[in-house]
Design a protein around this ligand. Structure first.
Ligand SMILES: [Zn+2]
Ligand SMILES: [Zn+2]
Length: 241
């Protein structure tokens, strides 16, 4: 199955307003993606619409967000259960800085339904770092039963390497790396699943850098996805030099 675990909807201040959850699901299905995550910046508010949209196209959804930690590292927190994702959202929203959204630089942040109707416009900037550390976000994700995956760890900004200089040893379900660097990171971290993702912000980017995952059974819950990710490490040491 093809998986793409990093996509931004119109709720993200840096994403195209065309990126409704409905369009993301429709486009992903057309590109053969089977497992897809919605990961807006510091909010899961478009995940209910994403659940409804994925149902229409028979996709397995993951509900999550890309959190900007207090170190300004981007990390993905992903759940198979919408309630757990919304609980994670409450944990973030309770401490989120309420800096007004500047429309000179960013676009509106609409919460929408699966038919692209606007339900609410969030007026504070969702891209701001939240006062929770990488470790604290990891612990809360684990507590709620989710997957914890640092985003684009070798990108030049908002990544663990750019902010900390290295990947702290720890409990990760996978690491997402910049396309073209998978083999190098598989050799560097033989025990970790190394994935790519589209990090889509506009329709053309959806499904551009998926990875293959084998999921056993029909349920496709977090446990099955975690096993599928771990199986990616089996070939790490045999990757081409
Ligand atoms: Zn990011
Ligand atoms: Zn992103």
């Amino acid at each position: 199955m093809l998986a793409d675990l990093h996509n931004h909807s119109c709720l993200s201040p840096c994403a195209s307003l065309e990126m409704s959850p409905g369009l993301i699901a429709r486009t992903a299905a057309a590109k053969g993606i089977g497992l897809i995550a919605l990961t807006d910046h510091n909010s899961t508010r478009n995940c209910p619409a994403f659940r409804d949209a994925c149902k229409r196209y028979n996709l397995t959804p993951l509900f999550g967000m890309e959190i900007t930690t207090t170190e300004e590292c981007h990390v993905l927190t992903l759940f198979d259960d919408l309630d757990a994702a919304m609980e994670m959202n409450r944990w973030i929203a309770a401490v989120q800085p309420r800096i007004p959204l500047n429309l000179d630089y960013y676009s509106d942040q609409p919460v929408v339904d699966a038919d692209d109707n606007i339900i609410e416009l969030l007026t504070y900037f969702l891209g701001q770092a939240v006062p929770h550390s990488l470790e604290s976000v990891r612990r809360q994700t684990r507590l709620l039963g989710g997957l914890f995956i640092p985003s684009h760890i070798n990108r030049h900004s908002f990544s663990v390497e750019s902010q900390l200089g290295f990947l702290p040893p720890g409990d990760y379900d996978a690491i997402e790396v910049v396309p073209g660097t998978v083999d190098a990171y598989r050799r560097r971290y033989p025990d970790l699943p190394v994935i790519t993702a589209s990090d889509s912000h506009c329709p053309e980017q959806i499904g551009t850098w998926p990875f293959h995952i084998h999921l056993e059974g029909q349920g496709h819950d977090i446990a099955a996805i975690r096993r599928g990710l771990m199986n990616l490490t089996l070939n790490n040491l045999s990757s081409t030099p």
